[in-house]
Design a protein around this ligand. Structure first.
Ligand code: XUL
Ligand code: CO
Length: 437
């Protein structure tokens, strides 16, 4: 098969002064940041679904990006043709990881058996490409939302047969993910939610979802798959309310059903903002529970209220993300996974490169800036001082559980008034961050 991107070679680091649009200005894989190569901090991953299957379709119109390799084939042949193209792309970009859904690497068959055999045919090709390129599977997942059978959800469907079909699909994808040496498996509750409560037994649906995840945990053990399980929160779209609505809701669900030790979260920026949170907020919620696993790196549009899945370009955003990652000691099984798509108007193959290069450079800059902020130390010192009243005296006694309401009341009776507050200095801190950006 001829190269899909014949006029493009490997994307190289040329430094901040380069005017070459197809070069990295900041992502320099081997450069050490806090003693670790950028490549290992960032663990970039390309998604199969947007990169290979995205064609610009939106609710108002059909495809705009009809790739040269899409014109010649259909069905399984097209799925086969996409494999070398995808790996040529990941290789030229220097992305060490990728992620897929079962039904975007291989097409739906007429039956489960046929779908599985299509999947097997593609897995063989994926394996060859792993070997050839060294690109690894960050995580696999099952697509449990596109087919009409999943209209009412998958694990939370009102139809028990649909639950069974979804279980069969996840079983197969777990086997494949293990076979491909995948580092994880993500559960995104595609249509696990409701469109109206008039027809919904929410309690029963949530119990079914927990049952489904316990079955997955059991099967993972049974086949000896050692990868990390992730849940990906999202509050709405396609349903009006998705059960995995945000990090806190997911953690509560996992705790309630005794699943927390088996799962971490895969947080996506655009999902955070749809939930009315910042990504920084979602990351802190997950990290506080020891449950931040991976990131779906993208961004929404400030003026649009849906999941636009754009490539991240805001240095402010990437700085916040990388500050959290550095603070928690780095990503281990997870990565920075570009669950992002080029705009409908950006329909040429080269736009895929511009998009990913921009996202990688934005994260590399975020990483360098976050490390500089940490090295400077003023931000961390400010926060430390802000809580100084908890490091000794009454604060320490409260934290250590040495006092209760009675003692605190006696303490305040004696003191008369709480010590004067000091300023939160928000504007000073915002200016401080901007010194580095
Ligand atoms: C949908 C989304 C998914 C998951 C994987 O908004 O983010 O692509 O990442 O199913
Ligand atoms: Co995602």
């Amino acid at each position: 098969m001829p190269a899909a991107f014949p006029n493009l070679g490997a994307i190289r680091y040329e430094g901040p002064n380069s005017k070459n649009a197809l070069a990295f200005k900041h992502y320099n894989p081997g450069e050490l940041v806090e003693g670790k190569p950028m490549r290992d901090h960032l663990r970039f991953s390309v998604v199969y679904w947007h990169t290979m299957c995205g064609n610009g379709t939106d609710v108002f119109g059909g495809p705009t990006a009809i790739r040269p390799w899409e014109k010649k084939f259909t069905g399984l042949d097209l799925a086969k043709a996409r494999v070398p193209v995808f790996f040529e792309f990941a290789e030229k970009l220097g992305a060490p990881f990728y992620a897929f859904h079962d039904r975007d690497v291989a097409p739906h068959g007429k039956t489960l058996r046929e779908s599985n055999s299509f999947f097997d045919a593609i897995v063989k090709l994926l394996k060859e490409q792993h070997k050839r390129t060294g690109v690894k599977l960050l995580w696999g997942t099952s697509q449990l939302f596109a087919h009409a059978r999943y209209a009412h959800g998958a694990a939370t469907s009102c139809n028990a047969d649909v639950f069974a079909f979804a279980a069969a699909q996840v079983k197969k994808t777990l086997e494949v993910t293990k076979e491909l040496g995948g580092l994880g498996y993500t559960f995104w509750g595609g249509r696990e939610g409701y469109s109206t409560l008039w027809n919904t037994n929410m309690k029963r649906e949530l119990e079914h979802l927990a049952k489904f995840l316990h079955m997955a945990v059991d099967y993972k053990k049974a086949i000896g798959f050692k990868g990390q399980f992730y849940i990906e929160p999202k509050p709405k779209e396609p349903t009006k309310h998705q059960y995995d609505s945000d990090a806190a809701a997911c953690l509560n669900f996992l705790r309630e059903f005794d699943l927390l030790k088996h799962f971490k979260l895969n947080l996506e920026t655009n999902h955070a903002t749809l939930a009315g949170h910042s990504m920084q907020h979602e990351m802190q919620v997950a990290i506080a529970a020891g449950a931040l696993g991976s990131m779906d790196a993208n961004t929404g549009d400030e003026l649009l209220g849906w999941d636009t899945d754009q490539f991240p370009t805001s240095i402010y955003l990437t700085t916040q993300c990388m500050l959290e990652v550095l603070k928690m000691g780095g990503l281990t099984t997870g990565g920075v996974n570009f669950d992002a798509k080029v705009r409908r108007e950006s329909f040429e193959p080269v736009d895929l490169f511009h998009a990913h290069i921009g996202g990688m450079d934005a994260f590399a800059r975020g990483l360098k800036i976050a490390a500089a902020i940490r090295k400077d130390g003023r931000l961390a010192e400010f926060v430390k001082q802000r809580y100084a009243s908890w490091d000794s005296g009454i604060g320490r006694d409260i934290e250590k559980g040495k006092v209760g309401f009675r003692e605190l009341s006696a303490y305040m009776m004696k003191k008369g008034e709480a010590t004067a507050n000091t300023s939160g200095r928000q504007e000073f801190l915002e200016n401080l961050i901007n010194e580095f950006i």
